[in-house]
Design a binder for this molecule. Sequence first.
Ligand code: ADP
Ligand code: MG
Length: 355
Amino acid sequence: MTLGAVSLRQIHKAYGSYKALDGISLDIAAGEFLTLLGPSGSGKTTLLNVIAGFERPDGGSLLVDNAEFITKPPHKRNLGMVFQSYALFPHMDVFANVAYPLKLRKVDAATTKLKVTKALETVHMAHLAGRRINELSGGQRQRVALARAIVFEPKLLLMDEPLSALDKNLREHMQIELKRLHRSLGMTTVYVTHDQQEALTMSDRIAVLDRGRIMQLDTPRNIYDAPNCKFVAGFMGDTRFLSVVRSGSDFALNGKRVRLSNPAKPKAGEDAWLMVRPERLRWHGAPEQDNCIEGRVVDVIYQGDSHMISIALPENDEISIRHTGAEGVALPASGDSLKLWMTPQSSVIVGGPRQ
Ligand code: ADP
Ligand code: MG
């Protein structure tokens, strides 16, 4: 019984002189939900296509359950795939679409009926088995695509931005459904998205990509709370950066040492930055003396569940805090001076370029 453990070593892929994948090494455990997260053009689809066999890398190795995969043609890899565009057959009904992979595998009619029905039940589409694809909504089509990908019980499921064509509510609903489906079926899943919230919601681990490299590979919590560089910190959440000055092993903000409870991340010679996120800043109760920032309120914007308060700092920086009302304190007004601070536990210093 194979389990779907994936091992990538030093995968390179260039288009002309552009390195789309620049030495990717990654181990994905059997049954894991791993997300490739990164901005457009960072190499996510290229990496997924290398695993699927649609792209041949220039170098490196790819093992699935210790078997070399690079020389294996796509149809022999036995992978389930779901794309952003559903890639369904519009002239066939739902049942025939889902049955297609079984037809290719010459599965008999009785077994096909059983397996298609089970796959359609899994995605809550059994009642629409006789519908044509062009009579379905976007969310229903994506469910059919998913049923087609899992009907032959692949050990590895690859998904490339499968929810990005859906509207926000349906997308969030499908995220939870996909996560439950993964939990119940247990196949190894490699999921591609450029949406950080989606990655945080769904994944066991996230690999953050930038220009064909893995910048950080970690749990959602560590990717968000303990980014290892300015790129990852900036890609996650509503993040601003304040320049800090290195002196020996310490860092100073406006001439005062920043107190940290975690090691600072910048490498030697790198510019250093204090990561500032709205939910990490404190601004009421007894102020701390450490890690303080003083500023002036420039905007208070109502956002339904909260107010976003924009604060101008000396040096032209701007940061924001979120006021949910649960704080039990009055909303500040434009023009007010405000003293903000961050606890050592929530203060993170990362390295990276100015831009
Ligand atoms: P992502 O999925 O993260 O948006 P891709 O993997 O599609 O990124 O692309 C990574 C980079 O490789 C991009 O700069 C893209 O333009 C380039 N690229 C992808 N496929 C090709 C191709 N077939 N020919 C030339 N360049 C390509
Ligand atoms: Mg892509």
